[in-house]
Every structure is written in C-alpha cells, then in structure tokens.
Design a protein around this ligand. Structure first.
Ligand SMILES: Cc1cc2nc3c(=O)[nH]c(=O)nc-3n(C[C@H](O)[C@H](O)[C@H](O)COP(=O)(O)O)c2cc1C
Length: 187
C-alpha cells in the first residue's frame, strides 16, 4: 500500500489551505489510499525554532516521511514565498530526505501575482532535500476557497477541477513508480 504524507505549513488553525488539502484527501480516500498528516503548527514550537533534531516529535514526523512514497507539501504564500512555519520544519528534514518520493507542491495565496512562488521558492528548497520528482503543483487563490461558519470549506469549480487533475496525476505517478519497483511498495 502506498504511503502518502501531507506536510501542511499554515500557522492558522482554520486556514483555507485546509479546504484545499481536505479536497485532495477526499480524492485519495476515494482511490482507496490514506494520508498521514504533519501539521507543522502542531509540532513543538521550541523544537522548530531551535532546530532540535533530537525532538521525539520531529523524529516521529521524519520517520513517517522516510517511509512515505509520496508527499504533498502545502503552504500559504507569505511575503511572496512559503511560510516561515513550513521552513522551520523543512530545515529539520535530513539532507536528501525527500529523495525518491513523488512530490505534489500546493500553495494558496491572496494574489495571482505570486503564482510563481511555487517554482522560484518552494520547489528549489524541496530539490535541495533530494526531491527530483516534483509535479507542477497547484496554486489556489484564497478567494476560491470559502470558509463556512461551521468550519467546513467550499471550493469554486475551477479550483476543484485543477485539484482533481493534479491529484490524478499524483496518484498515477506514484503508482507507476511502485509498479516499476514492487519491493518499495512492500516496505
Ligand atoms: C503575513 C502574511 C503575508 C502574506 N503575504 C502574501 C503574499 O506575499 N502573497 C500572497 O499572494 N498572499 C499573501 N498573504 C495571503 C495569504 O497567502 C492567504 O490569505 C492565505 O493563503 C489564506 O489565508 P488563510 O490561511 O487565513 O485562510 C499573506 C498573508 C499573511 C497573513
């Protein structure tokens, strides 16, 4: 069974990024797949700020990443880049910790002007962690995600279609790689 991890880098508990990720999760569940979440905001802040590689919570999160075949890396856009929150965790992933994994980068921003932050900011740092199989990814506008009072989210149709297409490509890509390397599928 493929192991998939989502790393979510929003500092906000009710971030519209959650609406985007829940949509991806629903689609993966419909494919019979499961996601394990690493919400960086729930990791011990001191361990993140002091880059504490010995932190049990960080070690556990890194073990899940090491076992994963595919990783969704998701961040809001802050100051034309990924958030500081996600970077504190990326700094704690071992060198080459994303090697061999299929990566789906996801970002949400307030302006389309920062669409390329996926390409000039997020993807290079993931490449520095060994990620060579990075899909084009999805950039959502926050106006495309409506946050309801009950905590649920509604996505506009255009974003929903792009998420469906990107998630299908993600699933195809890691299934294809697992077929080529069945030993990895058993681990
Ligand atoms: C400190 C801060 C900086 C931000 N900088 C940008 C930015 O440079 N470009 C952009 O498109 N959106 C920017 N935004 C908007 C967020 O990306 C967007 O509203 C967020 O992804 C969704 O908000 P939510 O997490 O509150 O739902 C910024 C938001 C905050 C709080």
């Amino acid at each position: 069974m493929a192991k998939i991890v989502v790393i979510s880098g929003s500092p906000s508990v009710s971030s519209r990024l959650n609406g985007v990720l829940q949509t991806i999760q629903s689609q993966l569940l419909a494919e019979g797949l499961e996601l394990s979440w690493i919400d960086v905001r729930n990791l011990p802040p001191e361990d993140l700020i002091y880059t504490n590689f010995k932190s049990p919570a960080i070690i556990e999160a890194n073990e899940r990443i090491a076992e994963a075949h595919a990783v969704v890396v998701a961040t809001p856009i802050y100051k034309a880049s990924y958030t500081g929150v996600i970077k504190t965790f990326l700094d704690l992933i071992p060198q080459k910790g994303l090697e061999g994994k299929v990566i789906l980068p996801v970002a949400i921003g307030g302006t389309i002007a920062h669409l390329l932050a996926l390409d000039y900011a997020l993807k290079p740092v993931l490449a520095a962690l060994g990620a060579r199989i990075q899909l084009p990814g999805v950039y959502a506008l926050d106006t495309q995600v409506q946050r309801n009072e009950d905590g649920t989210f509604e996505l506009d149709e255009e974003l929903g279609q792009r998420l469906t297409a990107a998630t299908e490509e993600f699933v195809q890509e890691f299934r294809h790689r697992l077929q080529l390397n069945p030993i990895a599928a058993q681990s």
